[in-house]
Design a protein around this ligand. Structure first.
Ligand SMILES: NC(=O)c1ccc[n+]([C@@H]2O[C@H](COP(=O)([O-])OP(=O)(O)OC[C@H]3O[C@@H](n4cnc5c(N)ncnc54)[C@H](O)[C@@H]3O)[C@@H](O)[C@H]2O)c1
Ligand SMILES: O=P(O)(O)OC[C@H](O)CO
Length: 320
């Protein structure tokens, strides 16, 4: 049985590797050789997922070819900015499971980019899945989406464990974009936390944020109900309310006048907000929470100005 390559040794790559190790051999790829050496020696990823022991049979390498071996597919778990370069280095015969929740630097969906590069078996994995909990084996559910339902089932079989329930979907776009947008909404929720706006405001952000996500998914051709699934509503709730979320914590820090950085860990929503806001402006779409988060992260509005812009919008029926 060939080992499953997990490409990216941050928090999520490490948690997925630990989970999949319950089913068979796994090789975790880290881009830095010294870091891979530390993981091999210490059997813990102290930098990105402290407190989770790496099983003895989990291999770690910084050699991409060694990680890939003769595997049929790989999990791609580096931050979205790094995905284009990593995909470019992979053989096109490999199936790729995109696990980042962000867009390529030019604003493209990562699944679209993968197809443009010539990969024929493409899937996306997304859901309410904090690495800190999945790594510890706490119960969670997630979705693997692919136009190729046979490929989705293959990935499902590799990742489904007693602690991680994996559903399949054919709505690649809807599942991918749910994960992309919920990070921006989580930054908004964090801004509300940092401004001490209370529970009512948080509920309003989640609910109106979900409506905004639905409008965007529909415009991009996703299925109508995907936004109400694990990768949409599920992940929005998990991220906007969680003490683990780096996106929520980044918003909270900004509202307090602090730097949004999360100790070197990726905060996808900060970059995504600007890309989505540019898309909305170019296409004449109304994404007000995205716009507020983008302008606050770009320093164009204060958090209080962002709040005022949302509260002073024109009166309208709820369904819009
Ligand atoms: N942490 C979570 O709970 C979680 C859960 C689901 C999805 N995700 C998504 O997974 C992706 C990765 O997040 P993470 O939490 O593992 O990040 P992280 O911040 O914990 O770690 C990022 C890792 O990627 C490496 N890296 C950074 N830039 C790279 C590049 N250009 N090429 C190769 N490697 C690079 C870093 O060295 C580090 O090992 C993000 O898109 C995130 O939204 C994270
Ligand atoms: O810590 P965050 O905000 O990047 O969120 C992690 C996961 O995406 C939650 O599902």
């Amino acid at each position: 049985m060939s080992a499953l390559p997990v490409l990216g040794a941050g928090g999520w790559g490490t948690a997925l590797a630990v989970n999949a190790s319950r089913n068979g051999p796994v090789t975790l790829w880290a881009r830095r050789a010294d870091f891979a050496g530390r993981l091999r020696a210490e059997r813990v990823n102290a930098e990105y997922l402290p407190g989770v022991t790496l099983p003895g049979h989990l291999e770690v390498t910084a050699h991409l070819g060694e990680a890939l071996g003769d595997a049929a597919f790989a999990l791609v778990v580096v931050p979205s900015v790094g995905v284009p370069d990593l995909l470019a280095a992979l053989p096109r015969s490999l199936g790729v499971v995109l696990c980042a929740k962000g867009l390529a630097p030019d604003g493209s969906q990562l699944t679209v980019l993968a197809r443009q590069l010539g990969f024929s078996r493409v899937a996306v994995l997304s859901g309410p899945n904090h690495a800190e909990e999945v790594g510890r084996g706490l119960p969670a559910a997630t979705v693997v989406a692919s136009r190729d339902s046979g490929f989705a089932r293959m990935v499902q079989a590799a990742l489904m464990t007693p602690a991680l329930r994996v559903y399949t979907s054919e709505d690649e776009t809807g599942v991918e974009l749910g994960g992309v947008l919920k990070n921006v909404m989580a930054v908004a929720a964090g801004l509300a936390d940092g401004l001490n706006l209370g529970d009512n405001a948080k509920a309003a952000i989640i609910t109106r944020g979900l409506r905004e996500m639905g409008r965007y998914l529909k415009a991009e051709g996703a299925h109508e109900d995907t936004v109400y699934g694990l990768s949409g509503l599920g992940d929005l709730v998990a991220t906007a309310t969680s003490r683990h979320s780096r996106n929520r914590a980044a918003g909270e820090a900004m509202a307090r006048g602090e730097h949004p950085g999360q100790g070197g860990k990726v905060v996808e929503g900060l970059r995504t907000a600007g890309l989505l806001d540019a898309w909305a402006t170019a296409h004449g779409h109304d994404l007000p929470i995205v716009r507020a988060v983008a302008r606050v992260t770009q320093g164009k509005w204060t958090p209080q100005e962002g709040l005022a812009q949302l509260m002073e919008r024109e009166a309208k029926p709820e369904r819009h």
